[in-house]
Ligand binder design. Structure first.
Ligand code: TMP
Length: 204
C-alpha cells in the first residue's frame, strides 16, 4: 500500500476522539492528503450497524453476534473507503480498528483471539495499521467522563472494562513495533505533542 493507516485505540473516555481529530487537523494543515474515520461507522451501512451495536435496548445480543457485526461494519469501511484511499497514497486516521475487537470482544467477552484474528484478516482485506496509538488512562478515570451517557458497551461492569484495558496492554506488549502506548496526561496539549512525535517518527 502506498498510503499510511494510523489507528487510535483506548478504553472508554480516554479522549481518543479529541486527540485523533486534532492529529487530523494538524496533518491537514501540513498538506497531507488525509481523511478521518471512526469505527464502527463512516459509511451509510456501517453507521446503521453502529446504531444496532450501541443501542442499550439490544441487551439480548450475543457476544458472537456482536463480534460479527463489528467485523461486518469494518469490512464495509475498509472496502468502501480505507483500501481505495491507501491505494492512492493517502493518509487514513481511523478512530478504532481491529484491535478494538481483540480487546472488547476477545479479552473483554472471551471470544477466541485466534478466531478474531482470522475473521479480522477477512474483514480488513489483510490491511494492517502502520501505526497504532493506544491512549492509556486508568479505567475508573475514563468511565467518570462517560457518566450519564451510557450505551450498550459503556453500561458493562467495571470488571469488563478492566479486562479490555488489560487486553490492550497485552496486545501492545506483543506488538510493540506497531502499537505505541501514550499515557493520557491532564494537559491535552502534552498528550497531542507526544502523539505527533510518534507519528512523525514511525508513520512518515
Ligand atoms: P466509540 O465510543 O469509540 O465510538 O466506540 C463505540 C463503542 O464500540 C465503544 O464502546 C467500543 C466498542 N467497540 C467494540 O466493542 N468493538 C469494536 O470492534 C469496536 C470498533 C468498537
Amino acid at each position: 500500500m502506498k498510503g499510511k493507516l494510523i489507528t487510535f485505540e483506548g478504553s472508554e473516555g480516554c479522549g481518543k476522539s479529541t486527540q485523533s481529530r486534532r492529529l487530523y487537523e494538524y496533518l491537514k494543515k501540513r498538506k497531507k492528503k488525509v481523511i478521518y474515520l471512526r469505527e464502527p461507522g463512516a459509511t451509510k451501512v456501517s453507521e446503521k450497524i453502529r446504531t444496532i451495536l450501541l443501542d442499550a435496548k439490544n441487551n439480548a445480543m450475543l457476544a458472537e453476534c456482536e463480534t460479527l457485526l463489528y467485523m461486518a461494519a469494518r469490512s464495509q469501511i475498509v472496502g468502501e473507503i480505507i483500501k481505495p484511499k491507501l491505494e492512492k497514497g493517502g493518509v487514513v486516521i481511523c478512530d478504532r480498528f481491529l484491535d478494538s475487537t481483540l480487546a472488547y470482544q476477545g479479552y473483554g467477552l472471551g471470544i477466541d483471539i485466534d478466531f478474531i484474528r482470522c475473521i479480522g484478516k477477512f474483514a480488513t482485506f489483510g490491511i494492517k495499521p502502520d501505526l497504532t496509538i493506544f491512549l492509556d488512562l486508568p479505567v475508573n478515570k475514563g468511565l467518570m467522563h462517560r457518566y450519564g451517557c451510557c450505551d450498550r458497551i459503556e453500561k458493562r461492569p467495571l470488571s469488563y472494562h478492566l479486562r479490555v484495558r488489560n487486553g490492550y496492554l497485552k496486545l501492545a506488549g506483543k506488538d510493540s513495533k506497531r502499537i505505541k502506548i501514550v499515557r493520557v496526561e491532564k494537559d491535552k496539549n502534552n498528550t497531542q505533542k507526544r502523539i505527533r512525535k510518534l507519528v512523525e517518527k514511525y508513520a512518515f
